[in-house]
Ligand binder design. Sequence first.
Ligand SMILES: NC(=O)c1ccc[n+]([C@@H]2O[C@H](COP(=O)([O-])OP(=O)(O)OC[C@H]3O[C@@H](n4cnc5c(N)ncnc54)[C@H](O)[C@@H]3O)[C@@H](O)[C@H]2O)c1
Length: 441
Amino acid sequence: MTGSLDGLRDRLTRRTATVGVIGLGYVGLPQALAFAEAGYQVLGFDIDPAKPEALNAGRSYLLDIPSARVAALVSTGRLAATADFHRLGECDALIVCVPTPLSEHGEPDLSAVSGTSSTLAEYLRPGQLVVLVSTTYPGTTEELVRPILEAGGLVVGRDVALGYSPEREDPGNSRYGFGNTPKLVSGCTDICRELTVLLYEPVVGKVVPVSSTRVAEASKLLENIYRAVNIALVNELKICFDRMGIDVWEVIGAAATKPFGFTPFYPGPGLGGHCIPIDPFYLTWKAREFDLHTRFIELAGEINTAMPEYVVSRLRDALDLRGTTLHGARVLVLGVAYKRDTGDIRESPALRVLSILGRRGAVVSYHDPHVPKLGRSRHYDFDLESVPLTPEVLRGTDAVLIVTDHTSVDYPAVVQHAALVVDSRNATRDISEGREKIVKA
Ligand SMILES: NC(=O)c1ccc[n+]([C@@H]2O[C@H](COP(=O)([O-])OP(=O)(O)OC[C@H]3O[C@@H](n4cnc5c(N)ncnc54)[C@H](O)[C@@H]3O)[C@@H](O)[C@H]2O)c1
């Protein structure tokens, strides 16, 4: 039976393998494009039919990816997408990039991973490789995915291969993308790891094989926990230094001149995105099985979660000093994406800020060049449209609250026309005119 995995090895080596990518979002779509550009036949799968429909029509739905790139691959026939999972059997390798959010109670929600695994199990045939990419707790590949795939009688390492290879996608980063970021790869058995290496080697700058899927899963969590904890540290120092009359950003800039032993992290209005606010708690949950508490993670979560409230309290204090109140104040939130130069609002702290402001009676509006509308989402029910950032609009507000520092925004003009600018990102650092109107938060 290893013959079929040998056949797969051969197809991967000769690049004649058909690669399936399940979940065509921020992580899955760049992978699908990279494999198609490297000459593989790629078939993308998504339960949201709008995504295959857009891709097959040559349209991109991600800010970072131009439609022309998609269209070029679709026209050569190397890239196609579908919501029809009966076609899973056409693929030699299947890469799983589905979401791994937290439940309402802050616990891992692996329903997309287990659901996809069950669907895969229905169509799995000897000689296929499945690689889980979604971020998750150590043990998921072996304890959750493997038993589901093996339930029909196929054996991992003998009939089919199973690997885990986390993603390091950094949306908006023009220097590092899928093609030049080293990729951790692992497998449930030696042949599983070998085949996962063979799959990724041609499309990424460097593959880094590790000894087990648990190590690869844990490494991805370490990378994100490291960020969450260090961001919490500077957020706490921001509050502390501010009380002492010291500018935390200047302190970080000064400390960062040390050429060794220091990596700068920057404070902000709170964490956002699908990774940093969520992934650390996958480990917290798993650690409980071992009677352990992940205290650093919990503390970092506590500090980072409190930041939107802190930012609003800075705004309220600044309005107080100007003899006005937050209740009834016209506040324009500048930037609602969780990250500079992206349109991604998942877990964005701006949503919490807007919600807190609304509850406190402020009259809110927002501007974001990448987010034209804010509607209903899992936790919020907004009905807002981005307003243009004109001098009239700025003059018509009591305060502008900078939550996301998009590079296309004209910050000198914002400071010139607004009555008060509360800046949670240090976006106004280089502005000298009108500094008395700026409050760092
Ligand atoms: N976004 C990032 O920067 C990033 C970076 C590294 C790792 N990750 C991890 O990668 C995984 C995917 O994240 P993402 O940001 O691409 O999410 P996303 O929401 O952008 O995309 C996920 C896609 O999967 C689809 N989907 C959901 N359930 C499905 C199912 N059962 N079958 C098929 N498709 C399904 C959704 O419709 C969506 O198109 C997560 O585990 C995330 O933690 C994300």
